[in-house]
Design a protein around this ligand. Sequence first.
Ligand code: BG6
Length: 478
Amino acid sequence: MFYKQDPVFPKDFLWGASSAAWQVEGAVNEDGRTTAIIDLNSQKKKPYTDNSIAADHYHHYEEDVKLMAECGFSSYRFSIAWPRIYPSDSTEPNQKGIDFYNNLINELIKHNIEPIVTLYHYDMPVWVDEKYNGWYDRGIIDAFDRYVRTCFTEFGDRVKYWHSLNEQNMQICYGDWLGVAKYPETWFKDKWKVNHIMNMCHAKAVIACHELVEDGKIGPVPGYVPIYPASAHPDDQIAAMNAEELTEKVWNDFYAHREYNGFIKSYWKENDIDPEIHDGDMELIKEAKIDFFALNCYRSNTAKACGIDEEPREYKLNKSGVKGNLEFPKVPGLYQLTENPYVETTDWDWEIDPVAMRYMLRYVWDHYQLPMMITENGYGAYDSVSEDGKVHDPKRIEFLRDQIYQVGLAIMDGCEVISYNPWSFTDLLSTGNGMAKRYGLVYINTTDEELLDLKRIPKDSFYWYSNLIKSNGSDWGK
Ligand code: BG6
């Protein structure tokens, strides 16, 4: 639908930004925190720097929250590092880790910023990995339950919005990239067993949140890449639906309906896959009623039909930041992804497609009728400090303006959206490109090659966003 006026955002809409512990905090060996699997994974991604310092938010959190308040934030989405809370298999949590998050939460509340907390954003402690073979052994379900229960008990008096697992679908779809897959040769089948164990962790977290947090609300955080058919050919439409199922819908249906959908059951049967569902699992899952969807959305994909006899091809993401280094996957008999001639791309070949944001919100609302919050969306680019000492990022402003406008249109279309938190508040470590690929509203003065003074420099986008959110989404700065 077209509207004659600019979108109007709800009065109590929460405006903020987003981060994740391992990408922003640094201080990986401080105050009792032990190593996480993702620390080791980040060390392998040379020539980029690892996460040992990142944006050093651990030591700058007060300054960072002050900047959030200056910007006009009413929310901040961050994650808790499991190895800060449980550095070892001891039955006692680490008080210093708890203190850090208490201080951060109190600082946010002092500035009227709603904390929105993700329980798991990839930082599995090494001791968990060793004891339970990562996500492969069901023993992790109780270890995770103990960790999340501690978080709810310690922080639940002030934190009312919680997320279970960040981008479970992406962790399964790109298991090697995020360090979840241990045996690449058998991942095709193993992933569904691992996924079921993650689902059990999600379900128990939902149940524990409702049990322990007064007025607590909890939801999952799927990584969402809307998928369009490449043409009006009916086979391309089915291919787009197949891709949608195997990268997102299987998860979203599960979270919302608390059962596996018909598509995935048939896929398992066809491929002789046993996800190892134990007696009692589905009864427990049935109790895990989510309150909202938190959605990460950066881009869109386009799919076309792929014959059953075609050669399979892996998805090769562009990890260099030099355009043209992406290879689309082929999944014989189901779909292949392809270029979309109608959209521009970033240096990392990510589609710049604001309409995908509206499409996603409409799609999720139509399917599940649950409130939604945007927990990630943003423009990854090379940024630098200009001679005038400022950071000019007009493309990021353009990106955010177009995307937020589409959030507004989705609200006008009737979708219930409660919050927008782009990635990221400060620059932080990218999953594959260190500090080179920057997303922040605030520049962090350091590089992959050299540790500099970590000075915080608000970018032009910070000031633009500040005007927009202080006007509750009416000053577009056009
Ligand atoms: C999201 C993740 O999928 O994408 C973040 O939740 C990640 O952790 C973000 O940083 C951007 O991806 P990248 O690879 O550009 O850092």
